[in-house]
Write a protein that binds this ligand. Structure first.
Ligand code: ZN
Length: 136
């Protein structure tokens, strides 16, 4: 229940929403199925389906948001890998016992009706990892 069962999505930080939508709609041959602002994170998310996984475009909604800072520091590109798990809190506890450092003490509400938690890139070789599960 608490090990990843699939790559749920890849999060990609982009500067310009309409240009990125044009690019990814052409690349994937489809339109986004969902757009959602997560006010607490200062981000607009735009979701595409790719088979059983998804692409999540991340657009900053304010200059001091984590995504804006990421782009400022590292430019556009892959921001995080999200693993689908049965229970995000159980996964967080398991990985905490294995000395991974978590960004969140417990899972919180994310976009696309998910419970999400992040592991710090320092403990995963530079990769920001999101754990996500369906809301119970
Ligand atoms: Zn994500």
């Amino acid at each position: 229940m608490d090990s990843p069962i699939k790559i749920e999505h890849l999060g990609i930080a982009v500067r310009n929403e309409s240009e990125a939508k044009k690019t990814f709609s052409a690349l994937l041959g489809c339109e986004p199925y969902k757009e959602e602002v997560v006010e607490s994170e200062g981000v607009k998310t735009i979701f595409y389906r790719v088979g059983e996984s998804k692409i999540e475009l991340l657009v900053a909604t304010r200059p001091d948001s984590p995504v804006a800072k990421f782009i400022e520091k590292r430019g556009e590109g892959i921001h995080h890998v999200a693993f689908g798990v049965g229970d995000a809190n159980a996964a967080l506890q398991r990985l905490g016992r294995l000395d991974f450092s978590a960004v969140n003490a417990e899972a919180k509400n994310g976009a696309d009706d998910k419970l999400i938690a992040f592991l710090h890139p320092k403990s995963v070789h530079g990769v920001l990892v999101e754990l996500c599960s369906d809301k119970p």
